[in-house]
Structures are given as structure tokens and as C-alpha cells.
Design a protein around this ligand. Sequence first.
Ligand code: IPD
Ligand code: CA
Ligand code: CA
Length: 287
Amino acid sequence: MAGFNIRSFIEDTARAAGQRALELRAYDLETDTKNDGSLVTQVDKATQELIVAKITSLRPTDGFLGEEGLDVKGSSGLTWVIDPIDGTNNFIHGKPFGVSIGLVKDNKPVLGVVYLPETDEIYSAVKGVDATRNGKPITLTSPIKLSEATISNCPTRSPESSLTPHQKVSRLNNLVDNVITSGAAVVSFMEVAANKSAGAVMNEMNVWDVAASLVICTEAGAKTTATSELGEDWQNRNKRYSIVLGAAGILDELDAAWANAQNPSYTAGPPPTGPVNVRRGNTSGLN
Ligand code: IPD
Ligand code: CA
Ligand code: CA
């Protein structure tokens, strides 16, 4: 297989899977509720099957861990981590979703591909090599001040917190310029990779929500509070990840801001005085 490129094979696989999911969305979707309360459709399962069939045809001894009940122990030491449709709720309602395929070796994600079908964007990265968007290298731009930054988030309920996800988002919104919520973890992560936001704060993530995106964002230059390892227990389906990620210059400040936003006893000082910051939604010039 001289000259064969596994990265572009996985890009093609993710693109084929995402395009197929997009086509199938036009037909009747059979929705079901899983034990954890989240939604699933027959397209989530069919998309996962398509991805597994393609990868298995090339790499029969690799393992698989996928959201839709997929758990195959391989013998090669490599495991593909798949979220066939990240953002099922969005998918059902005609909003952006992503296909996420990561490769884990020695508890570390080493290759990641995310495909966003609606915008036909393919992001990929190999650890220690580079990150690309539609084949072109991507690099995070220099950080701006946190108070001027847009931050991505997927509000997810934490069982141990008395604050609702939206209370946390609104508290964070007082500490940064803007918080955007996509409804799909990989869409939010790719907002950082594509410089559409300066960072992301994400809670209660499964390994299939983060494996591919961590490689892509860090290879694009993002720093993260997560270690480069997923932990030895990463194949435990109940494990959850909390990740703060962003441009190096704002990471510590963002981490502290997100900790404060989640702390019920934290009270921010009075709102800023002085001229209204147009970036904070002063619409007076729009009349
Ligand atoms: C979910 C989405 C959502 C995030 C959840 C994820 P799914 O993935 O990414 O935005 O808040 O934590 O589980 O179930 O649609 O693949
Ligand atoms: Ca997901
Ligand atoms: Ca999913």
C-alpha cells in the first residue's frame, strides 16, 4: 500500500458518512430515547455501521468504541472512537451536526477527523504533524483579551451542580464578550479550530465527543486544561470529560472564569460602567 494515506481515507469515510446522513434526514426519522434521556435515530446507527464497515475493510484488527453501542476490542493496539452523528438533537431539527472519528493509541488520541456536512467542511489532524480544514493548514490567531473573546459552549447539565447549564452560560457571558452554543460538541470545538471563537468550555463530554477534536484543536495551536492522555479508563463508557480549551494567552483566565461561572457562591462585581461596548449588543446604531 505504498503511498496510501490513512488520514485521507478517514476524511473520505467521514465525508461519505456525513453526506449519507444528510440525505437520509430528508426521509422520515425514527427517533428513540436512550437510557440517558438523549435522542437517537436510525440514521445514527446506520452512519456508525457505514463508518465501521469502511474502516474494518482496511484495518480488520483495530478496535472500535462508538456511541451507538459499539465496543470491539482489537488486537492491533489502535482503537477508532466514533460519534457517527454528534448533535443528534440538532440533526433532527435541521441544524448543524458533525461526524467525529478519532484514533486512540496508548490512551492518547493521535488522529482526528471531524466532518460538518451542512457546510461541507472537513477538519483533520495527526498528532505532531498538523491540523487542516479542507486540506489547508489551520492555526489559531493571536489571542485577544478574554473580555473581548467569543467562547463556545454546549450547555450540559452536571448532576452535582445546583446551577442550570443556562445559568452557568449567562454568568460566563458576564466575564467574556459572547458565549455561543451550537448544540453539538464537535461544532463548538471546530469553531475554535477555525478561529470563529477564542476558546471552548465543555462539561460532561463522552470520549467520542472529544477524541478527534482534541487532536484537531491542539494541533491547530490550542492549549487545553485536559492532559494529552484520555486516562487509562477511557474505554469506560460512563467516563465524562470537562475541557477548557483555547488560545494560549487566554487559557488560564478562561479556566478561572469558567470555574467562577460554575461556582454558585461566586458573585461578580458590579457591571462595567462607562461607554456601552458595541460588541456587547448596543443596537442603537442600527435604527
Ligand atoms: C451531544 C452533543 C451536545 C452535548 C452533549 C453531547 P450527541 O452529543 O454534542 O451538544 O451537549 O453533551 O452528548 O448525543 O448529540 O452525540
Ligand atoms: Ca456526541
Ligand atoms: Ca452521537
